[in-house]
Ligand binder design. Structure first.
Ligand SMILES: Cc1cc2nc3c(=O)[nH]c(=O)nc-3n(C[C@H](O)[C@H](O)[C@H](O)COP(=O)(O)OP(=O)(O)OC[C@H]3O[C@@H](n4cnc5c(N)ncnc54)[C@H](O)[C@@H]3O)c2cc1C
Length: 405
């Protein structure tokens, strides 16, 4: 008998599952509330789609169970994804630091390739079909489901994969609407919260730096407790900080509403020794301190930091007392920010929360709670850092769901 799979969600997870399931001989129906497939994939990586990362590692993800993730990536890791993408017609390249993109530099070509592959594979598409209910019913003497829509007639199926994303960036289709339904079917659902979101901060002392971009080591504290640390690029804005270095910390912030949270930015994480050496060499020189700091910092930063350290704007190196240096370096290596929150679901790239991986078989993505139900992608409670980790998780769990049918 031909196997049959219905999938809710034509994102990276659902589309990948559909292609693997048809390769295994299954008949596949792919449902999405959007009028086209891969709507969110289209905007990833600022339109370039950062598809995966060569440094893929289960420990880089925020998940209750790295061993579960390790099991997924052992079966569908970086090499397996590159080969699969190639089979779909997507050629890739990887930067020196491991971030992988399509050779075309265009997410649109990736979505087009997936759409063509789904068509060739004979996947039945039900687009513009917004799912509002899932009922567990008996079909052909086995467990089965009736999927209800806002306007169209219901659809029944034997096997159902929910790959409907999370609650991030709701304008692109995923709003977490299926979480209450999954809970009613018997799954635990951890309430979704923003992750990979820009951070809102008290920017009063930093207004002059709007638009400045730099690399920094960033530490997040609750009171005196260090919660997490990242190193990467960030940008100063009117409302706070944006960019991978702070976005990677945001799931800790959204988990602690109202907490006393602060950041310490170290823009000298790679150049402190060089700056110290330059200051030693020039300690008798009338060179403006701003010029020396400008050797290692973006030009808008030195005037702000010199003022914060209590010096005159035109202070010269030979006017800076040796005993003031420890204080100066303490400031330069730990620029203080009070964190007030995240920019919310509207501006985040993924949501934390959803169904815990402990309720899903890592080999097949089959639900351990509901027979013939499968789960993949962002619907599960896993958050990766910026760098292609979240698309990899969606592709790999989708692949295993499609293979395991
Ligand atoms: C701006 C932005 C940039 C990003 N850039 C990157 C990046 O470069 N690299 C990276 O790794 N990750 C990136 N991400 C994260 C990445 O897009 C997600 O991790 C990934 O799309 C999750 O895939 P998914 O298939 O699980 O869910 P989704 O892509 O969200 O797909 C789920 C699909 O389900 C459909 N759906 C939901 N509910 C229903 C319903 N009730 N009825 C019918 N259909 C429904 C939705 O319409 C959607 O098409 C980015 C995210 C955003 C928002």
């Amino acid at each position: 008998m031909t196997k049959e799979l219905t999938i809710i969600g034509a994102g990276p997870a659902g589309m990948t599952a559909a292609l693997f399931a048809t390769r295994g001989g299954a008949q596949v129906t792919l449902i999405d509330g959007n009028p086209s497939v891969g709507r969110k994939l289209l905007v990833t990586g600022a339109g370039r789609a950062n598809l995966t990362n060569r440094e893929l590692n289960a420990n880089r993800y925020a998940s209750a169970d790295p061993a579960w993730l390790e099991s997924v990536f052992t079966r569908f890791g970086y090499a397996e994804l590159i080969a699969f993408l190639e089979s779909v017609g997507v050629l890739t390249y990887t930067t020196h630091d491991g971030w992988c993109y399509p050779l075309s530099e265009s997410a649109q070509t990736v979505v087009d390739a997936f759409a063509a592959a789904l068509d060739e594979a004979g996947v039945r598409l039900l687009l513009d079909h917004k799912v509002i209910s899932i009922r567990n019913i008996g079909v052909n003497q086995t467990e089965g489901f009736e999927v209800g829509f806002k306007t169209q007639r219901p659809h029944t199926c034997d096997n159902l994969l929910v790959a409907a994303g999370g609650a991030a960036y709701p304008t692109l289709g995923s709003r977490g609407q299926l979480f209450p339904i999954l809970a009613s079917l018997g799954h635990t659902v951890i309430p979704p919260r923003p992750a990979l979101a820009p951070l809102t901060c008290d920017m009063t002392p930093w207004q002059a730096l709007q638009g400045v971009r730099l690399d920094a080591n960033v530490k997040l504290y609750e009171g005196s407790q260090l919660l997490a640390e990242t190193t990467g690029n960030l940008i100063f804005t009117a409302w706070g900080l944006n960019g991978p270095a702070v976005m990677d910390l945001s799931h800790h912030v959204s988990a602690r509403p109202g907490a006393n949270l602060r950041l310490e930015l170290n823009p000298l994480f790679a150049s402190e020794a060089a700056l110290r050496a330059l200051l030693r060499e020039k300690h008798n020189s009338p060179t403006p301190l701003a010029v020396i700091l400008g050797a290692v910092l973006p030009p808008k930063l030195p005037p702000v930091l010199i003022k914060m350290a209590g010096f005159a704007p035109d202070v010269r190196v030979n006017q800076v007392p040796q005993k003031a240096l420890p204080y100066l370096f303490a400031l330069l290596t730990a620029l203080p920010f009070t964190v007030t929150g995240t920019r919310g679901f509207e501006f985040c790239q993924v949501s934390a929360g959803g169904v815990p991986v402990s309720e899903v078989d890592p080999l097949t993505m089959r639900s351990l709670k509901v027979p013939n139900l499968l789960l993949a992608g962002e619907t599960l409670d896993v958050v990766g850092p910026c760098g292609g980790y979240n698309l990899h998780f969606a592709f790999s769990t989708g692949a295993l769901a499609g293979m395991g049918l």
